[in-house]
Design a protein around this ligand. Sequence first.
Ligand code: ACM
Length: 689
Amino acid sequence: MISKDSITAATFLILNFFLALPGYGNPQASKLHLMPMPYEIQPSEGQFRIGQDFTVSITGYRDSTLTHAVGRMLQRMKNKTGLPLQSAPVENKDTTATMQILCQRAGEKILSLNAEEDYRLEVTSQFIRMESTSPIGILRGLETFLQLIEIDHQSFFIPVINISDHPRFRWRGLHIDVSRHWIPMEVIRQNLDAMAAVKLNVLHWHLSDDQGFRVESLAFPKLHQVASEGNYYTQKQIKEIVAYARDRGIRVVPEFDMPGHTTAWLTAYPELASAQGPYAIERAWGVFDPCMDPTREKLYIFLDSFIGEMAKLFPDEYFHIGGDEVNGKQWNANPKIQAFKKRNHLLNNHALQAYFNRKLQKILIKHGKIMIGWDEILHPDLPKTIVVQSWRSKPSLADSLHQGYMGILSRGYYLDHMQPAAFHYMNDPEGKEPNALSEDERKLILGGEACMWAEFVTENTVESRIWPRAAAIAERLWSRKEVQDIPDMYRRLEPTSRELELLGVKPQSHYIRMLQIMVEDDNILPIKSITDLLKPVGLGIRQRIQKYYSFTPLNRLTDILPPESETARQFEALVDQIPAAAISQSTHVKKAKELLLTWQDNAKKTMPLLEQSFLLKENQPAFMSIAEACRLGLEAIQYLETHVKPPVEWKEQTTHFIEKLEKTPSETTITILPAIKKLMEAAQTSFID
Ligand code: ACM
């Protein structure tokens, strides 16, 4: 049996190495880790020292949104610094307070797209001033302020700085699917806190789908009674969430997906369907046939009542009707629907869906709501007031804009695809080409939304899939378009992730806690040094590897690994720095060798430990491949150092190894392969003939 302690020493080497990289622990490096990056910042010399006497006064307009926000800020300062600060703002107009907040006027009662989110922050060594047009701007500013807190040998402090900030886009959302896996209230609240921390301002709540209907309806109680398995929000809870979000400057847009993705509705009310029932809640993932029958007047009477009820519950002016992935099979198979299409000159199913949407849109208007839907709803018969959410392809956003519709972008912001933060970060709603859109078309872009679909997340894992990557999307939607420095984004993403942990969401600690459970030991460092080199694959690949259902446990390594390997990212950056010349003297080469040796060693030594855990056993092939990849990487470095041309067989063997790994279906990916490949390619081109 291998001692777990014997492999720990080498693992510390890895940690120490990364701590020595530029920006980590380097006192000269910029420490500001604001995210999203404000519009304008002017840092100066000096600090405002945070002491126990720190107080806040609200000197202008004052309301409960502001006092709650200041109270929360003081609590978070206490949590971070351990200082026994006052927990509420001091008396109005107390000009001796160390932080003075001036809000010019009341904001909107019901938040809208016109919310005034601008703020200015002035930090001197003596005092702090924050000013905004409306309370929502102050909320945004307080989040920036909290991100500025630093520590040095003397105290906690805020660097002297001037900030003037406002958002680039008005709609900066996070979409959470609570149908496929149930997400309880507590987790929604925590995500709202995290959203506020990075200035996201719309919770798009996907409340119904084939797998469950998640809201209590008094008008149609079978919806929650029959189609939720007891997992639904009561109306009281919905009101609580809406108020909680409002207090944090976040709008809540409900989505009731229709006419497709409606198995749950039809389980409760089969008479709304396009084919004979009965129906049962769907347990698998995918696109299913059950669909509302748009030719029946009774459907619209039902929806009028239902939307009337929900319109009162959700005060936001936008109401999401879904509209995605109608496969039309039930429509095609129903002669009455076919006859209806003929009679009404509806040439295809898209036209029939547009007919449905037109009628739905009128119901929404009657209840004071504006329609938003996925990009399938785009149809010239709908008025230009609707909003189209682009998800299928980038041009779908451009198509909407070209036709004069407002749009938000979600294509490229799907968190369940397990793309790196940089991928989402570089996905700009305006696209890359400078002149693809006219000025008028650009104005129609309201913003974007990160999407957390819930096929492969549970209430326990969802936060680590949303965060911290959604913070990079938040920056794309808030900050100037020109803010595009990927290494700097990553430099700030780590501390942002730590701030989110302090706030209660668990982007990092969930992985560590679950790994401790899987290993049944607190000392997870050796195994973690290897699992850190793995990442989960996106939903498409997982679904191809095995059939998943709503009751399939999501408790494996792939479910807890961070969506992106920070270790691999830094290792690749290191490999990229290896100079073509003077390789043998390169400190980078030395470090790369040390890392590869340690990983190779740890992978081999920890392999037997995997055997002892039913949840880890399946990862033995991955550990073996990591050891082999490290061995080949070390050989590549040796060829590089000695300037010897690698033999043809070596090239064949290494290429075969990588290709085989890339082709083998797996629910985890080895993240150092691109860097190893670079080393191999360098070895094959950098020899002296
Ligand atoms: C979607 O992803 N079906 C909107």
